[in-house]
Design a protein around this ligand. Structure first.
Ligand code: FMN
Length: 368
């Protein structure tokens, strides 16, 4: 197993013992520190263990402290973590069987090394019982809110999505969040339209592919040329190539994307549709649903209006279409030009007196 382990100064001696024990038993151990008995604050170490488990880098986490209580609390603040304080064998077994705990917290001032080894073994080998406990664990996890900054930093074009349908209650939550968006004079000059019908999607996919081919021949001709002649080692070219190949993927698979969300607004009134649309994308991110804002179908706007039965009195115009589905890829922080390069201070062209060289989320800590 891949096991992430962390401790504060009080938990350090037990951690050092367990690292050697786990490695001797064939586990791959990812030790995030601390590495001495010098006093440190435990939360960052426990968060580092929790993040590794939550994002799948590790299968299981172990945190150790004096009692293990603060360590458990800190690890549990990471979304996706179910940390259990187990200073005896019964609790360790229950934590796995009933609670599907994925992080074990131990109190080094409570358990001796021999008992700690047995607790760890039991924790690592006891399977989750599932059944009624699964329903309860699901309810526990549903209590977790989604971190706003995680949504802000990781909501990005997620073009590769599976054909699995999006349940109605999820669609309701996404659209209910969408209509909370601001609009000029609170006129709410937006209308959404959801498309799931296979035949409608097939027609839209055909137009979308035509639109992309046309754009690649015209507006993006130089980008296409750049991609073709790019040095694969150049990171900027790699970014362009990735974007181009995921755009192609979307064009080829649009008909299989489970839900296409259209937004309509007044001609030229995008400033009142896009905040609501972006709310939908952020809400979808919180549901684990991938989205990509697309405007490509504007090349076939009249045909799209006709296909979707939009009245031809010119009152409403399609502004964008967002394919939505469960991601085939992984979420990650969007790569962008740094904020200080996109911001002027006081006057156009004047650099601000601050720099942000690395994304500020997730919060930085040497072990994260
Ligand atoms: C107004 C607007 C229109 C867009 N139109 C398309 C589109 O038609 N097709 C597409 O694949 N992506 C489209 N995108 C997505 C951008 O290409 C995407 O945000 C950009 O590549 C950054 O990708 P990332 O968020 O994954 O880092 C659009 C984005 C915006 C904001």
């Amino acid at each position: 197993m891949r096991i992430a382990i962390g401790a504060d100064h009080a938990g350090y001696p037990l951690k050092a013992h367990l690292v050697a024990y786990l490695e001797a038993n064939g586990h791959a151990v990812d030790d995030v520190g601390t590495s001495s008995t010098e006093a440190v604050d435990y939360p960052p170490y426990c968060a580092a263990v929790g993040r590794r488990v939550a994002d799948g880098r590790s299968d299981v986490g172990i945190v150790t402290g004096g009692s293990g209580q603060g360590e458990q609390l800190a690890a549990n603040k990471v979304r996706g973590v179910r940390a259990a304080l187990c200073n005896d064998l019964y609790t360790a077994r229950m934590a796995r069987e009933h609670n599907d705990a994925n992080v074990l917290s131990l109190g080094a001032r409570i358990v001796a090394t021999g008992l700690a080894e047995e607790i760890v073994d039991l924790f690592l080998t006891t399977p989750f019982a599932g059944g009624r406990h699964e329903r309860r664990v699901d309810q526990v996890m549903a209590l977790e809110g989604f971190d706003l900054h995680e949504a802000l930093y990781t909501t990005r074009a997620m073009r590769r999505v599976s054909a699995d349908p999006i349940p109605t209650d999820v669609i309701e939550r996404i659209l209910d969040a969408a209509v909370r968006g601001p609009s000029g004079g609170n006129q709410q000059r937006f209308r959404f339209l959801t498309v799931t019908s296979a035949s409608t999607k097939a027609q839209l996919a055909e137009w979308y592919a035509e639109g992309l081919a046309e754009l690649n021949r015209t507006k993006y001709a130089d980008v296409q040329a750049q991609i073709e002649s790019a040095d694969p080692a150049d990171p900027e070219a790699a970014l362009l190539t990735r974007m181009s190949s995921s755009s192609m993927w979307l064009a080829e698979h649009l008909g299989e994307v489970p839900l296409l969300l259209f937004v309509f607004g007044k001609e030229g009134g995008e400033s009142s549709t896009f905040p609501a649309l972006w709310n939908a994308c952020l809400a979808a991110r919180a549901e684990g649903v991938g989205t990509t804002i697309t405007t490509l179908l504007r090349t076939h706007r009249a045909e799209v209006h006709d296909l979707l039965g939009v009245p031809d009195d010119g009152e409403w115009a399609m502004h964008a279409m967002v394919p939505m589905g469960y991601p085939l890829g992984r979420w990650g922080v969007a790569e962008r030009r740094p904020a200080h390069e996109s911001t002027y201070a006081e006057r156009w062209g004047a650099a601000p007196d601050w720099r942000v060289d690395e994304p500020l989320w997730p919060p930085r800590h040497p072990t994260s």
